[in-house]
Write a protein that binds this ligand. Sequence first.
Ligand SMILES: [Zn+2]
Ligand SMILES: [Zn+2]
Length: 123
Amino acid sequence: MKYSRQRELILNEVIDSKGHPTADEVYDDLKKTNPSLSLGTVYRNLTQLGKNGMLKKVNIPGDPVRFEANLTDHNHFICENCKKIIDINKDTVKFSEKLLAGQGFKVKSSHVILTGICKECQK
Ligand SMILES: [Zn+2]
Ligand SMILES: [Zn+2]
């Protein structure tokens, strides 16, 4: 398999997942249809795609690095029950930034992780 073709395959897998898969998850899914693919290749390509700005790296403490195709500036909500990671609007934490500005801090970037129970799990 050609290098560029592999990379496209990996990129599309993350886009199609519409979520935040780890390298292992991407590999597990792709190897079903591409048995020659190795985990190392998936890792390398994901890292490269992250560097190129095609994917975004998601660092969640205590979790392996995840990747996502949503390149907009946003925050995350993690459901304690189903462990789903949900994208939430940046505006939800704008208030904190304003508050900090009032205290003399200049916030340049932020990534807030909120945890709780998602809509589905509350049903
Ligand atoms: Zn849930
Ligand atoms: Zn996200």
